[in-house]
Design a protein around this ligand. Structure first.
Ligand code: SAM
Length: 332
């Protein structure tokens, strides 16, 4: 049998090395898809350790497994079920190989799905009562940010992967984005993504992976962030509304926060409205956007919410389209 290796879980059956896999299946990274592979087992193990405890009844979903480095580290932890979602078909045979090696051991079932994670029906693939879910991914940067926003929205609605309150997310981002997600009040990197992440989760910056650890090497370093959903999210307001308020307020980072926030309202009555709403929200209109707390953003969102309930036409207002009134995509 395959004995336990101290600290790193079960030993996998003999497998070709990742480098051999890449050669064998001719898996040259495709630059347009921002493919950068992690070949160093110590680093892939470290990413999986960042997830925290993975129990034998847990379900892990890995996005973008590629040639399967992180996948191998997850398998050593022996979750009950591992779901792989990979867009690039070229990786399917090497993932099948992993599945065939691991399933006979009897603990982990591996499901391989070819497709785009942004369209993947997690809620159907992981039915209710499936156990705790861990979401893991080393994805192209643009997609991990998009995906995080989607998942935060799912979390706010307690749907899909977030029907249970204890789902975890462990994702890689461009170092700077990882810092933004975790940036506290007054931090130079504080932005919309910080506030949105911190309303629904506790983001924890885990560690940096130097760019040179990847093959091929990306231009930037990579930050690993674990996001733990809050037991009690800080608001029940609709995700898209909060997002809109944060987006507008941060749109003029270096100005007083009332400037960006003001762009939510028609110019004609703007000055009066924002004076009233900042008073109602008990927020200093002369603070800079990065100097406001999460609670202050929520209060600004709440007074905006109440205002557009009374003045529904204002929800459709788009300050970038001054002449014609359009139903813009930032309408809530
Ligand atoms: N996880 C591997 C590793 O760490 O070595 C590969 C990382 S590579 C940066 C990103 C992987 O995500 C690639 O395998 C790529 O094909 C896949 N990918 C990119 N966009 C995707 C999407 N929308 N849905 C699922 N997988 C995607």
């Amino acid at each position: 049998g395959y004995g336990l290796v101290a600290g790193s879980g079960v030993r996998l059956p003999p497998l070709p090395t990742l480098r051999d896999i890449v050669k064998l299946y001719k898996l040259q990274a495709i630059k347009q898809l921002s493919q950068n592979f992690l070949m160093d087992e110590r680093l892939t193990d470290k990413i999986v350790r960042a997830v925290g405890r993975i129990d034998v009844n847990d379900v892990v979903l890995e996005v973008g497994p590629g040639p399967g480095g992180i996948t191998r580290s997850i398998l050593r932890k022996q979750p009950r079920r591992l779901i792989l979602v990979e867009k690039d078909r070229r990786f399917l045979p090497s993932l099948e190989l992993l599945k065939e090696c691991v399933e006979p051991l009897g603990q982990t079932t591996v499901d391989i799905h070819q497709g785009d994670i942004l369209r993947f029906p997690i809620g159907e693939v992981i039915p209710d009562g499936s156990g705790r879910i861990h979401l893991i991914g080393n994805l192209p940067f643009a997609i991990s940010t998009r995906l995080l926003i989607n998942w935060l929205e799912d979390l706010s609605l307690r749907r899909k992967a977030f029907r249970r309150p204890d789902t975890t997310m462990t994702l890689t981002f461009q170092q700077e984005v990882a810092e933004r997600i975790c940036a506290p009040i007054d931090h130079s990197q504080r932005c919309r993504l910080s506030v949105m992440s911190q309303i629904w989760t506790q983001p924890v910056f885990k560690f940096t992976i130097p760019g040179k650890a990847f093959v091929p090497k990306p231009e930037v370093d990579v930050g690993v962030v674990k996001l733990i959903p809050l037991k009690h999210p800080k608001t029940d307001l609709p995700f898209k509304l909060v997002e809109k308020v944060c987006r507008h307020t941060f749109s003029m980072r270096q100005k007083y926060c009332r400037r960006g926030y003001g762009t939510l309202f028609p110019e004609k009555d703007r000055a009066d409205i924002i004076q009233e709403l900042f008073e109602l929200a008990d927020v200093d209109p002369l603070a800079r956007p990065f100097q406001l707390s999460v609670e202050e953003y929520i209060r600004l969102a709440k007074v905006y919410h109440d205002f557009i309930e009374k003045n529904p036409e204002v929800a459709l207002y788009d300050y970038r389209a001054p002449k014609v009134k359009v139903n813009s995509n930032c309408a809530v």
